[in-house]
Design a protein around this ligand. Structure first.
Ligand code: SF4
Length: 476
């Protein structure tokens, strides 16, 4: 409280405003501003957002809501930046390659004097790490120091299914140790540590609360995201969109066999070019959207650059839907960026209140989330009301509940690539249903997210990215 009052006073003075001037800009009494600065009361969230607009800072910079030591692997007291959700990186797996890479990079910088490292993988990281190439990424990241990767399939008391331990040695003596969790989408947590890398930017953590706030302040979801994220966010989202479309274009111009030994051919170009002799508009739409989804997902499977949306494995859904609809309806880039922000809020809510990790909650957490994000984004492009956007996202995630994660050979190829295409079409379907039926909606988006989280923890471990059950048992 004290800190906020001082920060407010400093910001006001830096902006060259008197208390009376600031009060006038906010449409409130100058006594209210004086009370804030004297620590007698705090501005409401509405006024926080307005203050951020005036001072040109993000809500988090105003509130500096630093996270403390998380009680569990998930900290649900706020939401991280959408920059933590949408990340440009190399595939094929955000939790099995991007997360461990980040953990190794940070660990190495903590113990730069080590002469060798050991990284021990547990749970899903151990069981499907070989297929995802986790060991290669770790060894490369630790290079030029030698690094041994150990696979522990037996430890069961894991705080998170993607757990890893990192050891640093110098002159034969242990000089450092950390336990790290790769929690999905390339994000990581160090055991018991204060999170220094990322702040919890968003104070509101349910769709209900965010929608109420937006209604009260006549904001669309993307406007709320922009206000919270602060300066430079649109530029960041533009980079994200260009990385997404680059992946589509690269994928459409690629051919050959995917790496990994399954002998899966790249099919994006084939789908894109192979026009049906008597093709209806519906068939064409399905074919082109699917071709785009295949293009990105195949690039991901090749370890090429894609955008996590929310993960590498599900990276084809958002770009395929938005790229297709942008071309079809001639939406501007600005409109698409706004839709990405809207979809991002949905993805962030699921990441915060449930999971976006296949190892933790199955494929419903990855592809299901991507589908809900795409549905919300498309709703934004079509100018849907908040209620309709919620309905579209709810329908999209609801019909992925229980979806397992069982990629063959632990490779992000079968069923992952095709699944991106199916989810993209499902997002379009969810938007159509919502446009007609949102008024009859009985279940809220927040309720489905809770159900997804519970369903995820009930899914047997064999079906959560361990390459042990379901399709993963098929030998090719
Ligand atoms: S099955 Fe789904 S969750 Fe599992 S790796 Fe493939 S896309 Fe990701």
């Amino acid at each position: 409280m004290e800190e906020l009052s001082k920060r407010l006073s400093d910001l006001r003075k830096k902006a060259g405003l008197s208390q009376i001037e600031l009060a006038k800009m906010l449409g409130i009494s100058n006594r209210a501003v004086s009370k804030w600065e004297n620590g007698i009361s705090q501005p409401s969230l509405e006024n926080c957002v307005r203050l951020c607009g005036i001072f040109n800072i993000s809500v988090s910079d105003l509130l500096t809501k630093e996270s403390g030591v998380p009680k569990t692997v998930h900290d649900r007291s706020g939401m991280e930046s959408l920059r933590e959700l949408y990340k440009i990186g190399r595939g094929p797996s955000s939790s099995h390659t991007m997360g461990p890479e980040k953990a190794c990079r940070l660990f190495r910088s903590r113990y730069p004097d080590a002469d060798r490292y050991v990284v021990r993988l547990y749970g899903s990281l151990a069981k499907s790490g070989r297929g995802h190439g986790t060991d290669n990424v770790i060894v490369k990241t630790m290079f030029p120091r030698p690094c041994t990767v150990e696979w522990d399939y037996l430890r069961t008391d894991l705080p998170h299914p993607n757990t890893m331990e990192l050891f640093a040695y110098r002159d034969g003596q242990l000089s450092g140790h950390d336990e790290v969790y790769s929690i999905g989408g390339g994000s990581i947590r160090f055991k018991g540590e204060k999170r220094t890398e990322t702040k919890l930017l968003y104070p509101l953590t349910s769709f209900h609360d965010i929608a109420s706030f937006c209604k009260k302040n006549r904001l669309r979801l993307w406007e709320y995201a922009e206000a919270v994220e602060g300066r430079g966010f649109a530029g960041y989202m533009s980079e994200i969109w260009h990385a997404m479309t680059d992946a589509i274009e690269r994928g459409l111009n690629d051919s050959g066999i995917l790496p990994g030994g399954l002998g899966v051919p790249k099919k994006a170009a084939y789908l894109y070019e192979l026009e049906h002799i008597d093709e209806s508009a519906e068939v064409r739409e399905n074919r082109i959207v699917s071709a785009y989804a295949f293009a990105v997902s195949e690039q991901n499977a090749c370890g090429e650059t894609i955008v996590t949306a929310p993960t590498c494995g599900a990276s084809g859904v958002m770009p395929s839907v938005l790229y297709y609809e942008m071309q079809k309806h001639r939406f501007t880039e600005e409109q698409v960026l706004r839709s990405l922000m809207t979809g991002g809020i949905i993805g962030n809510l699921i990441k915060t209140n449930a999971s976006i990790s296949g190892a933790e909650c199955g494929c419903q957490a990855e592809i299901g989330t991507a589908c809900a994000m795409a549905a919300a984004a498309l709703g934004e492009l079509f100018g849907f009301s908040l209620g309709k956007i919620e309905c579209a996202a709810e329908v999209a995630i609801e019909h992925h509940l229980g979806l397992t994660c069982d990629p063959i050979g632990g490779l992000v190829q079968i069923p992952c690539i095709e699944r991106n295409a199916v989810a993209a079409m499902r997002a379009i379907n969810a938007v159509t249903i919502s446009s007609f039926l949102s008024k009859t909606q009985k279940i809220s988006f927040d309720e489905v997210v809770v159900a997804m989280n519970e369903t995820g923890s009930d899914i047997k471990e064999d079906y959560r990215e361990t390459a042990l059950g379901g399709l993963a048992k098929i030998e090719l």
